[in-house]
Design a binder for this molecule. Sequence first.
Ligand code: FES
Length: 165
Amino acid sequence: MEQGDSASSHHPGEIDYMELDTIIEEQFIGNKENLIMILQEIQKKYNYLPQASLMYLAEKIDVPISKIFGVGTFYSTFSLEPRGKHIISLCLGTACHVRGAEKVRERIQETLNIRDGQTTEDMRFTLESVRCLGCCSLGPVVRVDDDIHGRVTLDTAGKIVEGYN
Ligand code: FES
């Protein structure tokens, strides 16, 4: 690897193999049961599981690639598709639904010009609807990454996303 350009910014599609090695070494410890933890760490870094990283992982820990894909597709927390820098989880559970979550979703879709499940062209946001975020009394609820935004209105829906770069 070339010197000087390792840890800085990451461009979509580029894999930092040195860092991947570190993740594998830290999480693996010779135990194939740790596969999920390795995948979690990879996803934390890239927001999805890049195919090249999975191929590399398969070879490195000597696990069939089919098994790794199997785990990656089985758990809904993993994504094999590129996702945005920020994940917007919009709650469409019953409590949020009766308080107008559908309108909030429409407003966010309009603001970002994407549909539910899609990612903006600039790779900033992915919009996903979820069933319940566990804080129904705050409905309608929108989570951006780890931040919970409660009692979202049509007015605040568009503003919330503007707060993330
Ligand atoms: S239904 Fe939306 S947080 Fe529970």
